[in-house]
Design a protein around this ligand. Structure first.
Ligand SMILES: C[C@@H](O)[C@H](NC(=O)OP(=O)(O)OC[C@H]1O[C@@H](n2cnc3c(N)ncnc32)[C@H](O)[C@@H]1O)C(=O)O
Ligand SMILES: Nc1ncnc2c1ncn2[C@@H]1O[C@H](COP(=O)(O)OP(=O)(O)OP(=O)(O)O)[C@@H](O)[C@H]1O
Ligand SMILES: [Fe+2]
Length: 572
């Protein structure tokens, strides 16, 4: 550290299984060098079954005092090393401490106490909140309330030095992909049911294995061979329930456990990698960071790295101690928030077990944007690279080829390319038959993943998101739902505009269904993409909804289901 006093933050984490405290010391919290961090963690390991909230809270109650005492001691030692607790205040402190503040800080080895406010298990969070308030009061320093999921993201951004990455959080209770825009982390896509780690842990409970299951599945998968399982991606959202039931069934039917473990990882991680690639494509970002406990998995990291290599993006995953739940990541984000003056009073420091990452005003970053257009990458004069395919435009026709993805297992890759190509041809034509403008399909070759279409429109909806165009999309979705199928990926990029028509393209994720929840997912994907595209997205979303209601033959169950999807707590 240089001559001035470093910033020192003590942090406490305890959202579920990890009773953890850390000290973080830095000369500049915006940069990853000239810093040190020490983490003390006491893990709760259930005797049987999964994490039991009451037992987890008992564990917190018993172990938090000790890990916090360890962190306090380290803070004290570091303060002594850097010239004692009464040295100069560190440089660049954004807050103006009061005299009282200053007096108590002089006696304090730390500048702030950060803690996980949520999401997580209520009884655990309350114990952490109480410990954090007591520690802050004891040293007379401010309290910083940290969102645990944003911390999983920020630790990767901090340590990589990337400026504006997309982030995949693959943790126990969550799975989502985040991008930064206009002062918030936006949820670009997320699990529609359980978190990814919890999904794997439920499968291993079915086998009678102890918690946590993720590392055991990884171990067994090393000797396994591929088995086919369901693969469910809807836009940038995804679901694990179907694949998990199928995996349990496969084991019950006598399939070798190591093969099911291998197949499970190949499917689940390919889903996460595919949505990450889509998010990179949508945001135009060339950087991906990974966070969360499941991110310790070598196969997941390998797939993400291969995907990024293939598209020329940078990839970063922090070391394992910062991936699983830990107070180090809370301290690092806590320091950035403290530096930005983002502290809370004791009265406002209540925990929030459903705290979503997009609720957090991001005070510690410039209000920059993603490359905004996130245009398909132009390869040359006639070819563009979409999220999934290479598209070549010549003489009024469009050739689309789904290229093999090196990160996906060969069998899964060829299955997906074949199925999607076949469905895309079929649904594009079907939509036109029921009156929705789509390009004419001129040729299809599922084995090569190739399609030839009529060229339509002169720009996409992202470039021109007006209310009347958005309404047209609402009507078109109602029409195809009435005809018994979904689009599967109705983003603003998959809507092409000509002077008088609004075309839907790219039906490759569509399928036939009569479930209102599937229809609602189409609307949800469209809403999310409007949020990612336009600044005045609320009025556009309302316009699309209204047009859908007016055109659909039975909008009630769909809109009810949409409300349920959008209000769904993900922390199960
Ligand atoms: C809200 C908070 O409490 C929650 N925390 C959490 O889920 O713990 P975390 O440490 O991020 O992740 C634990 C999960 O990570 C999985 N896991 C650990 N090592 C793994 C591995 N090598 N492969 C796959 N999964 C692994 C475990 O099976 C478990 O489901 C969260 O971040 O969602
Ligand atoms: N029939 C068409 N007429 C005009 N342009 C088209 C047509 N089909 C595709 N395009 C252009 O090519 C881009 C990529 O096509 P498409 O969406 O089908 O592929 P993709 O790989 O699934 O991409 P994305 O993930 O961007 O949706 C589109 O955004 C559009 O600009
Ligand atoms: Fe976590």
């Amino acid at each position: 550290m240089d001559g001035s006093r470093p910033l020192r933050v003590l942090a406490i984490e305890g959202t579920a299984w990890a009773a953890s405290a850390a000290v973080f010391e830095t000369s500049d919290p915006t940069r990853p060098d000239d810093e040190r961090v020490e983490i003390y963690t006491d893990a709760y390991e259930p005797d049987s079954g999964g994490i039991h909230p009451r037992e987890a809270a008992e564990h917190m109650h018993e172990t938090i005092p000790e890990v916090v005492a360890n962190a306090r001691e380290t803070a004290r030692e570091w303060a002594d090393e850097s010239g004692g607790v009464d040295a100069d205040s560190h440089d660049g402190d954004a807050r103006q401490p009061s005299d009282d503040d200053r007096r108590s800080r002089e006696a304090s080895p730390i500048d702030a106490v950060a803690f996980s406010r949520g999401p997580g298990l209520g009884p655990c969070l309350r114990i952490v909140g109480t410990a954090a308030r007591a520690t802050a009061q004891r040293f007379g320093v401010p309290l910083v309330g940290v969102n645990h999921m944003v911390a999983h993201l920020e630790i990767g951004r901090h340590r990589s030095g990337f400026d504006s990455p997309v982030c995949l959080n693959a943790s126990g209770a969550n799975a989502h992909i985040l991008g930064y825009r206009n002062g918030r982390y936006r949820v670009l896509g997320e699990t529609m049911d359980t978190g990814v780690g919890n999904a794997i842990d439920k499968f291993t409970r079915h086998l009678g294995w102890s918690h946590p299951g993720g590392p055991k599945v990884e171990q067994r998968a090393r000797d396994g061979e591929f088995v086919d399982l369901p693969y469910v991606v809807k836009g940038m959202d995804f679901s694990f329930s179907g694949i998990m039931s199928a995996a349990k069934q496969a084991v019950d039917d006598g399939e070798a456990v190591e093969d099911v473990c291998f197949g499970l990882q190949e499917h689940i991680f390919a889903m996460l990698t595919e949505v990450s690639e889509r998010a990179l494509s949508l945001t135009g970002s060339g950087q991906l960071v990974l966070g969360g406990g499941v991110a310790q998995n070598d196969r997941l990291r390998e797939m993400l790295r291969e995907m990024c290599d293939q598209r020329g993006a940078d990839f970063y995953a922090p070391e394992p101690r910062f991936l699983r739940d830990n107070a180090g990541m809370i301290a690092v984000l806590g320091a950035k928030m403290y530096e930005a003056g983002d502290t809370i009073s004791i009265e406002d420091s209540a925990i929030d077990s459903n705290f979503r990452p997009d609720q957090v005003p991001v005070t510690w970053r410039e209000a920059d944007d993603w490359t905004a257009d996130g245009d398909s990458v132009r390869l040359d004069d006639t070819a563009v690279q979409g999220a999934e395919a290479t598209v070549t435009i010549e003489d009024g026709t469009v050739s689309k080829r789904r290229n093999p993805r090196a990160y996906r297992h060969d069998r899964l890759d060829s299955r997906l390319r074949r199925e999607r190509t076949r469905l895309e041809a079929r649904l594009t034509s079907q939509a036109r038959r029921v009156g929705v403008p789509t390009p004419v399909v001129e040729d299809v070759d599922p084995d090569r993943g190739r399609l030839v279409f009529e060229h339509v429109g002169d720009r996409d909806l992202r470039a021109n998101p007006t209310e009347s165009r958005v309404r047209a999309v609402g009507r078109h979705l109602a029409t195809i739902h009435d005809a018994g199928f979904v689009h599967g990926d109705p983003t603003t990029r998959n809507v092409r505009l000509s002077a008088d028509r609004t075309y839907l393209i790219d039906f490759g994720l569509g399928y036939f269904t009569d479930d209102p929840e599937d229809y609602a997912m189409d609307l949800h994907v469209f809403d999310q993409s409007l949020t990612g595209t336009a600044d005045d997205s609320d009025s556009l979303i309302a316009a699309a909804r209204e047009a859908y209601r007016a055109s659909s033959s039975d909008p009630g169950p769909v809109l009810d289901s949409l409300e349920a999807i959008e209000g769904r707590g993900r922390y199960q």
